[in-house]
Design a protein around this ligand. Structure first.
Ligand SMILES: Cc1ncc(COP(=O)(O)O)c(C=O)c1O
Length: 427
């Protein structure tokens, strides 16, 4: 692994809506706005914005009207549902065993699932310490969680998961991330899902960070993901799972659209997926998600083209950073001569401030994350400076960073300030 200065940007960027915006700065000037939050929410693809603009004149009620526009809207909504199933590698031509429930986002999808699985406090859910809060809190509220720990590099293996699955009492579910929101590391899902299925344990995959970058695991029993992280920021997400899991019992939300018959003292719930979608659905969000699915699928799976697409955004972003922070130090971390990640550090008078750490997805495993941190600490040592890093990480991320030699301060919410810990050293 080596570092080198960044070459002039040779690749034209893939445009996203809003790329050319300028934002007012503290010094009174306006500079190109740099979104550092793509893992939190992505800007819209132009294809998504165009499809939404095309659809809006046809917007009407879904499943609730006989008029032409209502039919157009219903068909667009159901088209998005089919596209979500296909995107997840599920058959759509004949009504398959799986249903795609259109909801707001991953958080809602996982809460919805935790409710629908009718977990009791004595039930065990195996999950990992690398999860986002959205894939921890719904389970710990409803059941007893058993956690797979990470090693010092922030990863775990299929054997570690299998060991947790084998402990007594036997778990009723494995809830696991498809890609870590902290490091971008992708657990070996195929192996892990096979290990769970061998032991009769169904698997729910939090695919919030996976869906924009890699094919979804067709073997997972349940999947949850968000449109706003895959260039469709109009408030739709997906909960996908076997029809039978939603066929009986009360739905998560009670209300119109989820029923076949209502009397003052009786209700007959309709079949899934409508049973799980009470209230007027977010058809514009669904249309946006469908357009993003089409665009990403058109770019191509697996990996290479997607990575080229992300690489172009990465290069464009780096160029913008250079314009906006001309005094900062730019390092590109290379693996076998290939740029793998970027570290941008701004030296203030009495400290160094991380402006940005980013890794290209195909290199996102914790070993490189640790190398970036090591490089940062070398810079700090050279200048005898403390490190202070303001990042949008939560308490799960804090655990990872602490293992890497940082002490975290601040609340468990968003911005956590981290300083280098005098005791701990990076791996
Ligand atoms: C891995 C992971 N899971 C779940 C979520 C929650 O997603 P949402 O805010 O769309 O519900 C996020 C958001 O950052 C995430 O990164």
């Amino acid at each position: 692994m080596s570092t080198r200065s960044y070459p002039p940007n040779p690749v034209p960027p893939v445009a996203l809506v809003g790329d050319s915006m300028h934002a007012p700065c503290a010094d009174g000037t306006e500079r190109p706005y740099l979104s550092m939050d793509a893992a939190a929410s992505t800007a819209a693809l132009p294809q998504v914005a165009a499809r939404v603009a095309e659809f809006i004149p046809w917007y009407s009620s879904v499943h609730r009207g006989a008029g032409y526009k209502s039919q157009v809207s219903t068909s667009a909504y159901e088209g998005a549902r089919s596209a979500a199933l296909a995107f997840a590698g599920r058959p759509v031509s004949s009504p398959g065993d799986d249903v795609a429930i259109i909801c707001r986002n991953t958080t809602e999808a996982l809460n919805h699932l935790a409710y629908r699985l009718r977990l009791a406090p004595g039930d065990v859910v195996v999950t990992t310490v690398a999860e986002h809060h959205a894939n921890l809190l719904p389970w710990s509220r409803a059941a007893t969680c058993r956690y797979v720990e990470c090693g010092g590099d922030g990863t775990f293996g299929a054997d570690d998961v299998a060991a947790a699955l084998c402990q007594r009492p036997s778990p009723g579910l494995l809830a696991i991330t498809g890609a870590s929101n902290i490091t971008g590391w992708m657990p070996p899902l195929a192996e892990i899902i096979a290990a769970a299925h061998d032991r009769g344990v169904p698997v729910a995959v939090d695919a919030a960070q996976l869906a924009p970058h890699r094919p979804l695991p067709a073997e997972a029993d349940f999947l949850a993901w968000s449109g706003h992280k895959m260039y469709a920021p109009f408030g739709a997400g997906i909960l996908l799972g076997p029809r039978r899991a939603f066929a009986d019992g009360d739905p998560f939300l009670a209300g119109g659209g989820a029923v076949d018959l209502v009397d003052l003292d009786e209700v007959l719930w309709t079949a899934p997926p409508e049973r799980e979608e009470a209230g007027s659905p977010n058809v514009i969000g669904a249309v946006a998600l469908h357009a993003a699915i089409n665009t990403l699928t058109g770019i191509g799976w697996p990996g290479q083209q997607q990575d080229a697409f992300i690489r172009m955004q990465f290069d464009a972003q780096t160029r913008h950073y250079r314009e906006s922070f001309p005094d900062a130090t730019y390092s590109v971390i290379c693996v076998d001569g290939e740029p793998a990640g970027r570290l941008i550090v701004h030296h203030a008078r009495d400290r160094i401030l991380i402006v940005d750490i980013a890794l290209l997805p195909q290199f996102r495993h914790a070993g490189i994350g640790s190398a970036l941190i090591r490089r940062l600490l070398e810079q700090a040592d050279a200048g005898h400076l403390p490190v202070r890093c303001h990042v949008l990480y939560d308490s799960t991320a804090r655990r990872f960073w602490e293992q890497a030699g940082f002490a975290a301060h601040g609340s468990d919410g968003v911005y956590v300030a981290m300083e280098r810990s005098p005791q701990a050293r990076p791996p």
